[in-house]
Design a protein around this ligand. Structure first.
Ligand SMILES: Nc1nc2c(ncn2[C@@H]2O[C@H](COP(=O)(O)OP(=O)(O)OP(=O)(O)O)[C@@H](O)[C@H]2O)c(=O)[nH]1
Ligand SMILES: [Mg+2]
Length: 429
């Protein structure tokens, strides 16, 4: 795998012009092209490429040949010559033909948002599963665009948009790529099967799992590190984390849970990537509790929350118990935006990952959320089977013998109650 993308020698660095096309349809769909373009700049910097300028075009619809309007292509060309750009990065997905046409007219390397994200992922993937998933996503993206790519790749060799499968492999025919996709899927299925077995084993053993999810750069890995001393990568970059990391965390009452850090979300996450990462993302569905970590200081906080909720919905994880963890409280104190945040209470918690007191609050909230409710079961004294069930549905905190029944006060956990206690529902007092 080439590391050219992250070359920090200023002469070697790629220099890019960012381009966004906003169509009437985009406007109707109510997206936020401005936020998207700002993120594209962050993504570009994360990939080690310098941003020289950004250009937005408002246009009725996409130009099938050039993507942007022909006049705009000339404008980009003039600007690129003036500023010495090497690359044009588009905020939307391009077709193979559009890449070819733009490359010919502009004499620049052409990269789109999806390719850029895939490239960053490729640079981050460390585990076997991560590497396979990224390659699968890259090849799925590449296959329909193959005819338009060969010149682009062979001419420029290396740098963003070319990391991963490797130049020679990209130039082989579609059939070769299809075979490779098939092989990767087969290996991935095996990995998925293992992961599932492992999860089932953990579930059987009654291990409680809590997942940190949220927009990229919200502070998920920081929380994992501060809470468990885990040696994880924390960086002020998008997609610092790719592979899920799990650590044991002890709650104030001594109960141990498994806390898992996951890949961050972003708007317009490429569909090939979601498909390839489904197995990893589905870990979230297995969690007993989801901690939705939010960068409270972001000016587009509400939009980011909405994107995360939408992806959680797509994954089938929206009905999980959750806590909204409004992180980076300290930054809001500094910029005077603290009053815009919800008040701690219910499902909301306002914290800073770097405040020890706040971390204790978070642990307590997790404990409270997992502990569930206190329920009183009134069970006939001779029904030893029901009494045993009550004991299995949580922690019995009090019992009282009456004439012909046993009154058990139980702190039920949602998980244990679902597994055992629900059969006692007719005996709830
Ligand atoms: N000031 C402040 N900075 C924080 C806080 N929590 C995290 N950060 C910073 O935010 C940046 C991103 O943190 P990460 O933990 O890498 O974020 P992440 O959610 O894991 O990001 P991805 O892995 O990219 O999805 C880092 O520079 C952290 O130091 C906080 O409470 N206050
Ligand atoms: Mg992270």
């Amino acid at each position: 795998m080439s590391d050219k993308t992250f070359d920090t020698n200023p002469d070697m660095m790629e220099k890019a012009i960012l381009i966004s096309l906003v169509t009437a349809k985009d406007k109707r769909n109510g997206g936020d092209p401005e936020m998207s373009l700002q993120e594209l700049a962050q993504l570009t910097e994360t990939a080690g490429v310098e941003v020289l300028a950004t250009i937005t075009q408002n246009k009725e619809s996409v130009d099938s040949k050039w993507f942007i309007g022909k006049g705009k292509v000339q404008e980009v060309k003039a600007l690129a010559d003036e500023l010495g750009a090497t690359t044009a990065i588009f905020d939307q997905e391009l077709s193979g033909a559009q890449v070819r046409n733009l490359e010919e007219s502009l004499d620049l390397k052409i990269v789109d948002r999806t390719q850029l994200i895939l490239d960053i992922f490729a640079g981050r993937a460390k585990t076997r599963e991560g590497i396979i998933q990224v390659e699968l996503a890259q090849l799925s993206y590449l296959l329909p665009r193959l005819s338009g790519q060969s010149k682009n790749l062979s001419r420029l060799g290396g740098g963003i948009g070319t990391r991963g499968p490797g130049e020679s492999k990209l130039e082989t025919d579609r059939r070769h790529i299809r075979d490779r996709i098939f092989d990767l899927k087969t290996v991935l299925e095996e990995v998925v099967r293992h992961r599932k077995l492992h999860r089932e084993r953990r579930k059987k053993a009654g291990v409680t799992q809590v997942a940190l999810v949220g927009y990229t750069n919200a502070g998920k890995s920081t929380l994992l590190r501060e809470l468990t001393n885990a040696d994880v990568y924390v960086e002020n970059q998008l997609f610092a984390t790719l592979d899920p990391t799990s650590r044991t965390l002890e709650l104030p009452n001594g109960r141990e849970i498994i806390l898992t850090d996951t890949v961050g979300f972003i708007q317009n996450l490429p569909t090939d990537l979601i498909a390839a990462f489904r197995a990893t993302l589905e870990e979230v569905c297995e969690a007993d509790l989801v901690l939705h970590v939010i960068d409270s200081s972001s000016s587009v906080r509400e939009e980011q929350i909405a994107v995360v909720n939408k992806i959680l919905g797509d994954l089938g994880a929206s009905d999980k118990p959750y806590i909204m963890v409004y992180n980076k409280r300290d930054m809001c104190v500094n910029n005077g935006s603290l009053s815009d945040l919800p008040i701690t209470g219910g499902d909301n918690l306002v914290i800073s990952a770097y405040d020890i007191g706040d971390l204790e609050l978070l642990k307590q909230s997790v404990q409270d959320k997992l502990s569930g409710d206190v329920v009183v079961f009134n069970v006939p004294a001779e029904r030893g089977d029901l009494i045993a069930l009550a004991y299995r549905s949580g922690e019995v905190i009090h019992q009282e013998v009456t004439e012909d029944s046993l009154k058990l006060t139980v702190q039920v956990s949602k998980q244990d109650y679902e597994q055992h206690g629900y059969r006692l529902k007719h005996y709830i007092e």
